[in-house]
Design a protein around this ligand. Structure first.
Ligand SMILES: Cc1cc2nc3c(=O)[nH]c(=O)nc-3n(C[C@H](O)[C@H](O)[C@H](O)COP(=O)(O)O)c2cc1C
Ligand code: SF4
Length: 476
């Protein structure tokens, strides 16, 4: 199982630290190496709830919001929407409750960062929820957690009970007059319930079908009341923002990718795990340095990578390490997206999946297509029918029963899904197929032309790591 790589081991009461002080700056995992940081007394003794104390006792909600805006924090759930802006949209009708919902559904294949925050530093999340609820004027907050994380609700509930016992939850928190209750709600294991409106439906006890937007949850969300839905990591990050101030936070990272980001790294790497990176390192450093993934096992070469969870476009090695302009590709929202979908991808949720030269792109694409077909809620026909159709066509190609025209058919199907559905699951299903064909078409063709050979060996690295021919800059 992958581990909490650059934070030290905090899994059990008795384990000690292995924090490496040479590592990059940390804001979320800075105390994760401290033994027993999972427990209230240890968390508090190491400065825990200091940010909440500062916010509730010496700042108005408006001032806290200003700090979050200054920080430039972008939502860590996948879309990267600015958190301060999202919070400023919340409607404030008189006499109507507002809700904060923490999205802990984390079902995107390749993404397992929130799990580590909740499991090893639960009070960081509780403190983040407290500050965020205070800022938004919410007295009730829900943590909606994926069903498969069966053991984590107990950890969260213990942390909530301890926080309450110590006056950080409940009525009149720390004598400030602010009240907050946090409830943990388990999902039943549906990926679609990570989409914010499906999550709200599920929280209301209904089938997790996404709602048509508008109205947006900020106006009409849980029980038709104004609601903010944020990712676990986003909400935990409010704590260091308040501790060091929004302006200081914005000095971490680069451009519009401020601060640090949790990356769950897996696939063909020597050191799978969850890393906190400052968003100013290159993709190459992240994959090959000992501080992070530690390179690719057995001297194999890099073939491709899906850097932001299964929904984001796959990139071949030659476009992953350098942009089409020949610049080093960085671990930032902007750099990973450089070139649009023609030559770029997305940071997404930070689920970083590395594929070495032995991996089959057709098989990988089929695996994802099967997942999206299974997880489609079925409300809209392009997604309901298209995901199953893509799975069937890909299965044929993978099993050596495909035709050349199937590749164009796949392209057509994904084009007809993208942008034509109620929620972005349709896009999430279409993009991996589109990117695989865009960048690895000859591997698909090889499967069709060599059906028997394709059952016994993989296409290999081929030219996917070859240097790109970069067009010379135009003379001025
Ligand atoms: C199919 C689908 C699944 C999603 N799953 C998650 C998830 O597991 N966790 C999450 O935080 N956001 C998920 N999202 C994004 C949420 O809808 C929402 O944008 C996010 O929780 C907002 O939080 P943020 O602003 O902090 O990023 C998903 C979106 C879609 C379309
Ligand atoms: S896109 Fe797919 S998952 Fe989303 S509402 Fe439509 S059918 Fe359901």
């Amino acid at each position: 199982m992958p581990s909490l790589q650059n934070a030290g081991q905090t899994q059990t009461k008795s384990q000690s630290t292995n924090h490496n002080s040479k590592m990059g700056r940390k804001l979320l995992f800075d105390k994760a190496h401290i033994e027993n940081i999972r427990y209230y007394d240890v968390y508090r003794a190491n400065g825990g709830y200091g940010s909440a104390e500062k916010a509730l006792k010496s700042m108005t909600p408006e001032l806290v919001l200003e700090e979050v805006k200054k920080s430039g924090l972008r939502g860590r759930g996948g879309a990267g929407f600015p958190t301060g802006m999202k919070w400023s949209f919340i409607a404030k009708p008189e006499g109507v409750p507002r809700y904060l919902v923490c999205n802990a559904d984390e079902s995107e294949p390749g993404t397992f960062k929130d799990r580590y925050l909740m499991e090893f530093i639960p009070h960081l999340l509780i403190e983040g929820l407290l500050i965020s609820s205070y800022t938004l004027g919410c007295n009730t907050c829900y943590i909606y957690i994926r069903g498969e994380y069966a053991w984590i609700p107990d950890i969260l509930e213990e942390a909530i009970a301890d926080a309450k016992k110590n006056g950080w939850l409940g009525k009149n928190i720390q004598g400030t007059g602010f009240d907050l209750e946090i409830y943990v709600q388990r999902g039943a294991g549906a990926y679609i319930c990570g989409e914010e409106t499906a999550l709200i439906e599920s929280l209301e006890g209904k089938r997790g079908n996404p709602r048509i937007k508008p109205p947006f949850p900020a106006v009409k969300g849980l029980y038709d009341c104004p609601t903010v839905v944020n990712n676990v990591e986003t909400l935990a990050t409010i704590v260091p923002i308040l501790r060091i101030g929004g302006e200081e936070y914005a000095k971490y990272g680069t451009g519009k990718s401020t601060g640090t980001k949790l990356i769950s790294a897996c696939g063909n790497i020597n050191k799978p795990g969850v890393y906190e990176i400052e968003m100013n390192i290159s993709v190459e450093e992240f994959i090959y340095s000992d501080e992070y993934c530690g390179g690719i096992p057995n001297g194999k070469r890099l073939k491709a990578c899906i850097p932001g969870g299964s929904s984001v476009p796959i990139l071949p090695a030659n476009l992953l390490l350098k942009t089409a302009k020949g610049e080093p590709r960085m671990m930032t929202y902007e750099s990973l997206a450089d070139g649009g979908f023609a030559t770029g991808t997305m940071l997404g949720s930070g689920g970083f999946i590395v594929l070495d030269e032995d991996q089959c792109i057709v098989k990988n694409t089929l695996t994802f297509a099967r997942f999206y077909h299974h997880e489609s809620c079925g409300q809209c026909s392009p997604c309901r029918e298209g995901t199953g159709w893509m799975e069937r066509v890909l299965k044929n190609i993978e099993k050596g029963k495909g035709k050349m025209s199937d590749i164009d058919l796949l392209w057509d199907i994904q084009r007809k899904i993208e942008g034509n559905t109620i929620c972005p699951l349709g896009d999430a299903a279409a993009w991996p197929v589109a990117a695989a064909i865009r960048h690895f078409r000859d591997e698909f063709e090889w499967h069709v032309l060599n059906p028997e050979e394709a059952q016994t060996r993989n296409f290999g690295l081929a030219h996917y790591a070859d240097p790109l021919e970069i067009a010379a800059p135009a003379a001025v």
